[in-house]
Design a binder for this molecule. Structure first.
Ligand code: ARG
Length: 293
């Protein structure tokens, strides 16, 4: 076991976060008014940095690691554009950056990777509501962003991909690594994993939303945070569970957010996979007992 973990650490060191291949998504053609593209001010122009989502007419949700070094005047966003790099896309200024106070962002602690941005001037775009992140393993979730694809460093047009909820125990197992001779559990209760074969979010997608779809509408479940490589079969994408931060978010907003209950019964795979696991367990229990006698 130890050897395996040591090998894994080595593997991680060599594969690191530098793998910019994949996503396996599709170009979004329908307008997504809540999608936010985050830009940072360079010496001569703005450059693309992360994704985000619109919570109401003035607050944006993103990842702490996208903005923890920035002052409001260093940032600008484009809201609700599929092609935010076109010169016609309108830049909006930011008046406040609020990084979660518990965010550390060290190599071994990526917890509390959540931040709020306040728009300098409110806008009327449609926003995203928040849904529970306690979902059955296998539930389909959608993640969107302009991050790395298998062809480019970032995508000119918004991409969308469907990934499945990974069980918390698998997620924890994947990300228990040996650092300086001791085992470190990188997954906290504020994180969840989602993955699918050759599908994942990747660098540049951070801060963007992980969503559940119900009756044609999206609800935010997570924030793109981190992962070892991209679409690596051994490592899932890691997301911040937004529902865990509802009180924190509401402490800044005048318009309170509440948790939307989404029926996951019709999201295919989820409940049926759960049922299969239970069936196997029951069958095995009966069988194993007989054998033991
Ligand atoms: N940290 C990356 C960013 O800043 C997001 C990486 C997500 N990785 C993954 N395998 N899903 O954009």
């Amino acid at each position: 076991m130890r050897k395996l973990i040591a090998a894994m650490t080595l593997f991680l060191a060599s594969h690191g976060v530098s793998d910019t291949r994949i996503i396996g998504g599709d170009t979004v053609t329908q307008s997504q008014e809540f999608m936010v593209t985050l830009f940072k001010k360079g010496r001569f122009n703005y450059f693309f940095s992360c994704g985000g989502s619109l919570l109401d007419n003035e607050w944006i949700l993103t990842a702490a690691h996208c903005v923890d070094q920035d002052e409001p005047e260093d940032l600008a966003v484009v809201v609700g554009e599929l092609l935010p790099f076109e010169s016609s896309a309108e830049l909006q200024l930011i008046s406040e950056v609020i990084v979660h106070p518990n965010y550390v962002g060290s190599d071994t602690d990526y917890d509390f990777d959540i931040a709020l941005l306040r728009l300098a001037a409110p806008i009327s775009n449609e926003s995203l509501d928040i849904a529970s992140s306690d979902l059955p393993t296998g539930t389909d979730l959608t993640v969107m962003g302009w991050g790395s694809t298998d062809l480019e460093d970032y995508s000119e047009s918004l991409q969308s991909v469907i990934v499945e909820v990974v069980s918390q125990s698998t997620c924890e197992h994947q990300y228990t690594v040996e650092i300086d001779g001791s085992l470190v559990e990188l997954i906290s209760d504020n994180m969840m994993c989602a993955a699918d074969t050759n599908k994942d979010s990747c660098s540049g997608d951070s801060g963007g939303p992980l969503m559940i779809q119900s009756e044609g509408q999206y609800f935010q479940v997570g924030i793109v945070s981190w992962g070892f490589g991209c679409a690596d079969e051994d490592f899932s994408g890691v997301y911040i569970r937004v529902d865990r931060f509802l009180d924190w978010i509401n402490s800044y907003k005048t318009e309170r957010e509440s948790l939307i209950q989404v029926d996951v019964q019709n999201s295919d795979g989820g409940s049926s996979k759960g049922a299969i696991t239970w069936l196997t367990l029951v069958a095995c229990l009966a069988f194993c007992r007989r054998k033991a006698r």
